[in-house]
Design a protein around this ligand. Structure first.
Ligand code: HEM
Length: 209
């Protein structure tokens, strides 16, 4: 009985430490890993590779890019899983959470982040697998795959979309708990329209780039 009471009393502490704190901490670590490598690809690697000699570029694509992409895509996976874990442990999370202003804010962030996640796993990674395989084959003395340049371009476009999306996505992630106007529980009944606009803009940008 005493043991049962002690266990029951320690549950809120376990819940806060184990659930709320650890999932947020994991979310930051995974998020910076993912988005940090995304910015590295866009602002450092792409312009540097364009200035490399062809042989140097092939070697870097065969040996450096697979490692960067491993951390990139698994960082994206852990960001998603830890984000879902934050939601699951949130005190205010019930059927009505997504009707409140913080709920609408995080829904907007999650919509943008899910487009980005899909780009990583379903566009960038499959395209880059072809580019890496081509570089490794060329290094082994096989002829180059003529389709490789097209795959590289497709991956690059999705990567640019993600770089652009990261700006509003991070705004909504942080706004949920930290920006005063988002703290009210009243979303003034326009949440459907707001999320509709976010989705439409996200769709237009994703298709344009
Ligand atoms: C992939 C899907 C994602 C989901 C499902 C998700 C989910 C969440 C949730 C539920 C919160 C808590 C909001 C709150 O109550 O304060 C949050 C916060 C946050 N997320 Fe995400 N997120 C995702 C992607 C990302 C990405 C890609 C980043 C990039 C770094 C990110 C960075 C953050 C940050 C900085 C916070 C603020 C944490 C705080 O203020 O304590 N998230 N996210």
């Amino acid at each position: 009985m005493v043991r049962y009471v002690m266990l029951a009393n320690s549950w809120p502490l376990f819940h806060r430490v184990g659930g709320v704190i650890l999932s947020r901490w994991a979310h930051f670590l995974a998020g910076i890993t993912w988005i940090g490598i995304l910015y590295y690809f866009n602002f450092v690697q792409v312009p540097s590779f364009a200035a490399f000699e062809a042989g140097t570029r092939t070697e870097a694509t065969a040996k450096l890019v697979p490692r960067a992409l491993w951390w990139f895509r698994w960082g994206a996976m852990l960001t998603l899983l830890s984000g879902i874990s934050i939601l699951a442990f949130q005190d205010q999370f019930d059927g009505d959470y997504f009707k409140t202003a913080p709920g609408v804010s995080i829904a907007a962030g999650i919509v943008l982040a899910l487009v980005m996640f899909s780009n990583v796993w379903f566009v960038i990674w499959p395209a880059q697998k072809r580019v890496i395989a081509n570089a490794q084959n060329v290094m082994a003395g096989s002829p180059a795959d003529p389709a490789a340049a097209g795959f590289a371009r497709r991956g690059l476009m999705a990567s640019r979309t993600n770089t652009l999306f990261s700006i509003p996505m991070l705004f909504f992630m942080a706004a949920t708990s930290h920006f005063a106007p988002f703290h009210t529980s009243d979303s003034s009944g326009k949440r459907g329209a707001f999320l509709g606009i976010v989705l439409t803009l996200a769709g237009i940008i994703a298709l344009q780039l």
